[in-house]
Design a protein around this ligand. Structure first.
Ligand SMILES: [Zn+2]
Length: 161
Protein backbone atom coordinates (compact mmCIF):
# COMPACT_ATOMS: atom_id res chain seq x y z
CA UNK A 1 0.00 0.00 0.00
CA UNK A 2 1.33 3.41 -1.01
CA UNK A 3 0.68 6.75 0.58
CA UNK A 4 -0.83 9.50 -1.60
CA UNK A 5 2.79 10.53 -2.19
CA UNK A 6 3.60 7.04 -3.59
CA UNK A 7 5.74 6.24 -0.53
CA UNK A 8 5.25 2.58 0.46
CA UNK A 9 3.64 2.58 3.91
CA UNK A 10 2.45 -0.93 4.51
CA UNK A 11 1.87 -4.47 3.32
CA UNK A 12 -1.74 -5.60 3.57
CA UNK A 13 -3.52 -8.76 2.49
CA UNK A 14 -5.26 -8.87 -0.89
CA UNK A 15 -8.57 -9.09 0.90
CA UNK A 16 -7.85 -5.97 2.97
CA UNK A 17 -6.75 -4.12 -0.18
CA UNK A 18 -10.00 -5.07 -1.86
CA UNK A 19 -12.01 -3.71 1.07
CA UNK A 20 -10.10 -0.42 0.79
CA UNK A 21 -10.90 -0.29 -2.93
CA UNK A 22 -14.59 -0.97 -2.35
CA UNK A 23 -14.75 1.70 0.33
CA UNK A 24 -13.11 4.14 -2.13
CA UNK A 25 -10.14 4.89 0.11
CA UNK A 26 -7.55 3.76 -2.44
CA UNK A 27 -6.96 3.56 -6.18
CA UNK A 28 -5.64 0.41 -7.79
CA UNK A 29 -2.27 0.88 -9.52
CA UNK A 30 -1.58 -2.78 -10.29
CA UNK A 31 -3.64 -5.94 -10.15
CA UNK A 32 -2.49 -9.31 -8.89
CA UNK A 33 -4.37 -11.39 -11.44
CA UNK A 34 -6.10 -13.31 -8.64
CA UNK A 35 -9.87 -13.15 -8.76
CA UNK A 36 -12.64 -13.50 -6.24
CA UNK A 37 -15.76 -14.53 -8.09
CA UNK A 38 -19.30 -15.06 -6.95
CA UNK A 39 -22.52 -15.51 -8.93
CA UNK A 40 -23.11 -11.78 -8.97
CA UNK A 41 -19.68 -10.32 -9.28
CA UNK A 42 -16.09 -10.85 -10.13
CA UNK A 43 -13.38 -8.90 -8.32
CA UNK A 44 -9.70 -8.77 -9.16
CA UNK A 45 -7.42 -8.67 -6.12
CA UNK A 46 -5.17 -5.62 -6.29
CA UNK A 47 -1.40 -5.88 -6.02
CA UNK A 48 -0.55 -2.19 -5.55
CA UNK A 49 -2.96 0.38 -4.11
CA UNK A 50 -2.47 4.07 -3.42
CA UNK A 51 -4.32 6.03 -0.75
CA UNK A 52 -6.50 8.85 -2.03
CA UNK A 53 -5.51 10.97 0.95
CA UNK A 54 -2.16 11.57 2.62
CA UNK A 55 -1.52 9.91 5.95
CA UNK A 56 1.23 11.12 8.22
CA UNK A 57 3.56 8.25 9.04
CA UNK A 58 4.91 9.03 12.52
CA UNK A 59 8.19 7.19 12.14
CA UNK A 60 10.42 5.80 9.43
CA UNK A 61 9.82 2.08 9.18
CA UNK A 62 12.94 -0.01 9.31
CA UNK A 63 13.51 -3.73 9.18
CA UNK A 64 13.79 -5.13 12.71
CA UNK A 65 16.97 -7.03 13.50
CA UNK A 66 15.56 -10.53 13.79
CA UNK A 67 15.89 -13.91 12.15
CA UNK A 68 13.23 -13.25 9.49
CA UNK A 69 14.83 -9.94 8.48
CA UNK A 70 18.36 -11.37 8.41
CA UNK A 71 17.18 -14.29 6.25
CA UNK A 72 15.43 -11.81 3.93
CA UNK A 73 18.59 -9.68 3.56
CA UNK A 74 20.73 -12.75 2.89
CA UNK A 75 18.11 -14.36 0.60
CA UNK A 76 17.88 -17.40 2.84
CA UNK A 77 21.39 -18.48 1.90
CA UNK A 78 24.33 -19.34 4.14
CA UNK A 79 26.79 -16.47 3.71
CA UNK A 80 29.72 -18.88 3.88
CA UNK A 81 28.70 -21.69 1.51
CA UNK A 82 25.34 -20.59 -0.08
CA UNK A 83 23.46 -23.67 1.22
CA UNK A 84 19.97 -22.97 2.55
CA UNK A 85 20.43 -21.09 5.82
CA UNK A 86 19.07 -22.53 9.04
CA UNK A 87 20.56 -20.31 11.69
CA UNK A 88 22.15 -16.97 12.47
CA UNK A 89 25.90 -16.58 12.93
CA UNK A 90 27.61 -13.74 14.74
CA UNK A 91 30.68 -13.07 12.57
CA UNK A 92 32.61 -11.99 15.65
CA UNK A 93 31.18 -14.42 18.21
CA UNK A 94 29.26 -12.88 21.07
CA UNK A 95 31.62 -14.66 23.46
CA UNK A 96 34.45 -12.63 21.87
CA UNK A 97 32.64 -9.34 22.30
CA UNK A 98 30.78 -9.37 18.97
CA UNK A 99 27.61 -7.29 19.00
CA UNK A 100 24.13 -8.21 17.82
CA UNK A 101 24.10 -5.57 15.05
CA UNK A 102 23.49 -5.76 11.28
CA UNK A 103 27.18 -5.76 10.23
CA UNK A 104 27.91 -8.66 12.61
CA UNK A 105 25.06 -11.07 11.83
CA UNK A 106 24.66 -13.37 8.83
CA UNK A 107 22.37 -16.21 7.79
CA UNK A 108 24.25 -19.47 8.15
CA UNK A 109 23.70 -23.17 7.57
CA UNK A 110 24.00 -25.57 10.48
CA UNK A 111 27.16 -27.15 9.11
CA UNK A 112 29.06 -23.86 8.77
CA UNK A 113 27.77 -22.66 12.12
CA UNK A 114 29.09 -25.80 13.79
CA UNK A 115 32.34 -25.63 11.83
CA UNK A 116 33.01 -21.99 12.70
CA UNK A 117 31.89 -22.42 16.30
CA UNK A 118 33.52 -19.88 18.56
CA UNK A 119 36.25 -18.77 16.18
CA UNK A 120 37.03 -15.51 14.45
CA UNK A 121 37.24 -15.57 10.64
CA UNK A 122 40.98 -14.93 10.97
CA UNK A 123 41.27 -18.19 12.94
CA UNK A 124 39.54 -20.40 10.38
CA UNK A 125 39.48 -20.76 6.62
CA UNK A 126 35.91 -19.54 6.20
CA UNK A 127 35.14 -16.54 4.01
CA UNK A 128 32.03 -14.38 3.89
CA UNK A 129 30.50 -14.08 0.41
CA UNK A 130 29.60 -10.46 0.98
CA UNK A 131 30.11 -7.88 3.66
CA UNK A 132 27.03 -7.83 5.89
CA UNK A 133 25.42 -4.40 6.22
CA UNK A 134 22.22 -2.81 7.41
CA UNK A 135 19.38 -3.53 4.98
CA UNK A 136 18.11 -0.84 2.67
CA UNK A 137 15.49 1.67 3.77
CA UNK A 138 12.67 -0.33 2.20
CA UNK A 139 13.81 -3.78 3.36
CA UNK A 140 10.84 -3.95 5.73
CA UNK A 141 8.64 -4.46 2.65
CA UNK A 142 10.42 -7.71 1.77
CA UNK A 143 10.30 -8.81 5.41
CA UNK A 144 6.59 -8.07 5.72
CA UNK A 145 5.63 -9.61 2.38
CA UNK A 146 7.92 -12.64 2.44
CA UNK A 147 8.12 -12.55 -1.34
CA UNK A 148 7.91 -9.31 -3.29
CA UNK A 149 5.70 -9.56 -6.42
CA UNK A 150 7.23 -8.29 -9.64
CA UNK A 151 4.53 -5.63 -9.98
CA UNK A 152 5.85 -3.88 -6.86
CA UNK A 153 9.31 -3.35 -8.39
CA UNK A 154 8.74 -0.02 -10.11
CA UNK A 155 7.09 1.51 -7.02
CA UNK A 156 9.84 0.30 -4.71
CA UNK A 157 12.68 1.51 -6.91
CA UNK A 158 10.96 4.86 -7.39
CA UNK A 159 10.60 5.24 -3.61
CA UNK A 160 14.16 4.14 -2.94
CA UNK A 161 15.63 6.63 -5.42
ZN1 LIG B 1 27.15 -22.95 5.10
Amino acid sequence: MLNATYEPIGVVSGRRALILVLSEKVDVLAESGDVIASERMRLVIPSVVRLRYFVRVPYQRTAPLNRKAIFARDQGRCQYCTSPAESIDHVIPRSRGGEHVWPNVVACCRRCNTLKANRLLSDCSMVLRSKPSAPTRLAWVTVAAGRVPESWGPYLSQAAA
